[in-house]
Design a binder for this molecule. Structure first.
Ligand code: SAH
Length: 340
């Protein structure tokens, strides 16, 4: 028996058909869960009582719990406890264009990026679909407002939990529910090539961000172990293919690490690497953490790097920083609670 928030609309329609009932109950049930956001199945009024009882016996309804909220001016960090006692985090960012949530996709992470705090704890398990859906539902409830954007950039590697991520996206994207537009959903991956290919075949207009962080294999090998499995000469053609299939512009995330990947030469190399690929580069000032020795690049070097990319006709932005005061910055999620 599994959690009701793990199922999308098609699943509910097939479920009702499989129990010899009307397919349209699927839409009704989905609406109760995501539009009216009921707390109890007995609130359902347009499906017969005995069918509601059957739903109650076929699904579970447990919710993960918010156990801590830290607030800053335009950021809130949520610590969740899962049913098995594990902890994950999500971060809400309040923009002028809406409210976005950065959610976790796994408990721990196996990718082992050297600069990342989340990867200090190995993957314990992937998150179930409902555990991702409920991060959004519970934050909307706490906030008393609608979430307009979702980024899957918290703890974990989403393409290491591919099937659940795709189901999750279908649920939050559905017009009969939370209706978060596909163009407002971003998946970030460290570059698992077979999954990038699979993702390009999905008919979803979701944004894809790649954690690139280096202009060549020599540097990338040193900071991101995944590069040994899928080096740049494999990754880059896959990204070109992704673009030609989907016509969706890619985002390249590039953390600025002092003395590691931030030289003018690196900027030139990066410009060459990205030439001809429709993408934009997001330069991310590194969030230093006490347990890892990397340092953030000097602002003057970030500007110089930015200028070189611009001069070479690469679209580039410098990421606005959120959540530094409450350790809600990238790669710092959960670790303060458990990894001291
Ligand atoms: N595993 C996925 C998504 C989670 S990490 C991925 O690799 O894309 C989300 C982003 O935060 C990645 O680009 C990651 O490299 C970056 N990140 C990790 N630690 C960081 C830190 N301390 N400062 C800035 N960005 C960091």
């Amino acid at each position: 028996m599994s959690n009701i928030y793990s199922y999308n609309l098609d699943d509910f329609e097939s479920y009702f058909e499989s129990i010899g009932d009307k397919k349209f109950h699927g839409k009704q049930l989905f609406r109760w869960l995501y539009e009216k956001k009921i707390k109890d199945m007995d609130e359902i009024t347009d499906i017969k009582k005995d069918i509601v009882e059957k739903i109650k016996s076929d699904f579970t309804f447990e919710k993960i719990k918010i156990i801590k909220v830290e607030k800053d001016k335009d950021t809130r960090k949520y610590l969740f406890e899962l049913v098995d006692g594990e902890h994950i985090e999500a971060v809400l960012m309040i923009h002028d264009y809406g409210k976005s949530v950065c959610i976790s996709s796994e408990v721990g992470c196996n990718m082992g990026c050297k600069f990342c705090e989340s990867g200090r704890r190995k993957r314990v398990r992937v998150l179930e679909v409902y555990e991702m859906v409920e991060q959004i539902l519970l934050i909307e409830e706490e906030l008393g407002d609608r979430i307009s954007h979702v980024v899957i950039m918290g703890i974990g590697e989403p393409f290491d939990n591919y099937d659940n991520i795709v189901k999750f996206i279908k649920i939050i994207n559905s017009n009969f529910g939370l209706a978060i537009g596909a163009r407002h959903i971003t998946v970030s991956t460290c570059g698992i090539v077979p999954k990038i290919k699979e993702f390009s075949n999905l008919d979803l207009q979701v944004n894809l961000a790649i954690s690139l962080h280096a202009p060549n294999n020599e540097i990338r090998d040193k900071i991101m172990p995944i590069n040994k499995a899928y080096p740049l000469d494999v990754l880059m053609p896959a990204l070109k293919e992704y673009y030609s299939k989907t016509n969706r512009r890619l985002t390249m995330e590039y953390i600025m690490l002092d003395g590691v990947n931030d030289s003018d030469l690196c900027a030139l190399e990066l410009s060459k690497l990205l030439k001809g690929l429709n993408c934009y580069v997001n330069l991310i000032p590194y969030n230093e953490t006490e347990n890892i020795q990397f340092k953030r690049s000097k602002m003057i070097q970030i500007s110089s790097f930015y200028d070189i990319l611009k001069k070479n006709d690469i679209n580039v932005t410098i990421r606005r920083e959120f959540g530094g005061n409450i350790s809600a910055a990238c790669g710092q999620l959960r670790s303060k609670e458990e990894l001291k």
